[in-house]
Design a protein around this ligand. Sequence first.
Ligand SMILES: NC(=O)c1ccc[n+]([C@@H]2O[C@H](COP(=O)([O-])OP(=O)(O)OC[C@H]3O[C@@H](n4cnc5c(N)ncnc54)[C@H](OP(=O)(O)O)[C@@H]3O)[C@@H](O)[C@H]2O)c1
Length: 314
Amino acid sequence: MRAIAVSEYGATPSLMNVPRPEPGPGEILVKVVAAGLNPFDWKVVDGILKDTVEASFPIVLGTDGAGVVEEVGPDVTRFRPGEQVFGGFQDLARGTGTYAEYAIGREDAPIAQMPEGLIYTQAAAVPTASTTAFNLVREAQLDEDQTVLVVGATGGVGQAVVQLAANQGAKVIATAREDMAEEMRGLGAAEIVDHARGDLNGQVLAAHSDGIDTVIDMVSDKAGVERLTTLLRPGGTYLSTIWSLNPDALAAQEIRGVNLQNSSSTGLLEEVGDLIEAGKLKVRIHREVSLEEAPAALARNRAGSSRGKTVIRV
Ligand SMILES: NC(=O)c1ccc[n+]([C@@H]2O[C@H](COP(=O)([O-])OP(=O)(O)OC[C@H]3O[C@@H](n4cnc5c(N)ncnc54)[C@H](OP(=O)(O)O)[C@@H]3O)[C@@H](O)[C@H]2O)c1
């Protein structure tokens, strides 16, 4: 089958012909219709998991996907052939992923039936970004009228964070370049600060001289976190998806710091699917590409300027 894969860590992803995987006990084989691109996919190529998982090469890239159950392995009770499913499908130990004609899913993995109102490309954009945003906003414990700065708001995770935080009644300050400002307001941002103009602190303090309650940050390194922490009032909360925080150092400043590792489940995917169907969470697809175009799309995502989700039509 056709797949986008790498033969070693650090290699440039390319289109390869790899064997179609066979579902083992507790596994399903899914004919992938669309795969969702995440920064995690190029981080896998860089070797982010090389000390924790014994991978089989070539590794087919891609965690998120949506498609149709083609076959079920022995002992599978939750799925039947022909069902439309979406969720997380990568298995590095087997070298399988969603940038391919077929992927393997485990019955106990975060995989759910596709909500009726969603098409495959939308469903493939949901699993990692929307569940991470859901967990971030839950962990932030936002009260109504609290002020939250979302750094990286224009990305896949950030766009969902902005909407979910605004749904909770929080006042959302979103980072966005000029061309995305209106879009972010449409998703519920009350204020925009433009990271391309520099001095984020100055822009936030101009309207909030006594500080803010929460930062949800998908972007900043340790130095950036140190700068933005000074915006928080004592008792505030700082969350990072890229593990830039030192929670002990923050606790000494009366700030709750959380490096969030996403954990998903079938129930959470269903909950997020319900929000989308109810119109309470919009998934903005920035770009749809073919399988052949996926390596270039990965390179673009690595370089920045994501304006929402990229989806690969397989
Ligand atoms: N820990 C976990 O479990 C977990 C889960 C999901 C994601 N993540 C990580 O979270 C990060 C974000 O994921 P994503 O899917 O949302 O990525 P994405 O779709 O690529 O979006 C990143 C966004 O950040 C913006 N950005 C870049 N530099 C910025 C800056 N200095 N200030 C403000 N915004 C900036 C980018 O826009 P411009 O380039 O135009 O500025 C882009 O819109 C990734 O590193 C991902 O691996 C971690």
